[in-house]
Ligand binder design. Structure first.
Ligand code: GRF
Length: 187
């Protein structure tokens, strides 16, 4: 059995997709959803999906106790699916090469602090980039910096807006993220 924890801060569309993708897979269990935002729609999704929910404050998140709590879950993978806090070193060190993130642009461009959600798409459109895409990468102690696992590209149209680009990126995320997760946990 492969054990996954999914960290969320927002809508949770990736959480939903990943949970549905693995629903009938007896070899994969989503052990819990960790959420830092009491207003996140992802909370409803976790409840509807029947996945245990762990709400967390910043103080708890950065404590050694939380790292111990996560270690005790014996995870094969921690998936950041729209999670907006920096991951503490202790948690990273306790899970070497076992934490991945999805970023809605082609890193190393449009990454780092402040580049999240629509801010990313606004910047890409304003720069008149020919392409954008998604990056799945390992998480290290610097925002959006770890080793890249996969990138998928999409073209920008001449009349592209941040909203239309967001929709294209969303499609890529839905198509690729669960498959990448499956590949990683099986290797
Ligand atoms: C996604 O665009 C992801 O790339 C980024 O945050 C967004 C999360 O969306 N890191 P959702 O909460 O999964 O709907």
């Amino acid at each position: 059995m492969k054990r996954i924890s999914i960290f969320v801060s927002g809508n949770g569309t990736n959480l939903q997709r990943i949970a549905e993708y693995f629903k009938d897979n007896q070899e994969v269990e989503i052990v819990n959803v960790v959420c830092n935002n009491p207003k996140a729609y992802a909370i409803e999704r976790a409840k509807n999906l029947g996945i245990p929910l762990r709400m967390i404050t910043k103080k708890e998140f950065n404590s050694q106790e939380f790292t111990e709590e996560m270690k005790a879950l014996n995870l094969d993978l921690i998936v950041l699916a729209g999670f907006l806090w920096k991951i503490p070193s202790s948690l990273i060190q306790a899970h070497p090469q076992k934490i991945i993130n999805i970023h809605p642009a082609l890193l190393p461009k449009y990454g780092g602090k402040g580049f999240y959600g629509e801010h990313v798409h606004e910047a890409v459109v304003a720069a008149k980039e020919a392409h954008s895409g998604i990056t799945v990468h390992y998480v290290d102690e610097v925002y959006d910096n770890g080793e890249i696992i996969l990138q998928a590209h999409t073209k920008l149209d001449p009349n592209e807006t941040p909203d239309t680009l967001a929709a294209k990126i969303h499609k890529l995320e839905q198509a690729y993220f669960p498959v990448v997760i499956e590949t990683i946990i099986n290797n």
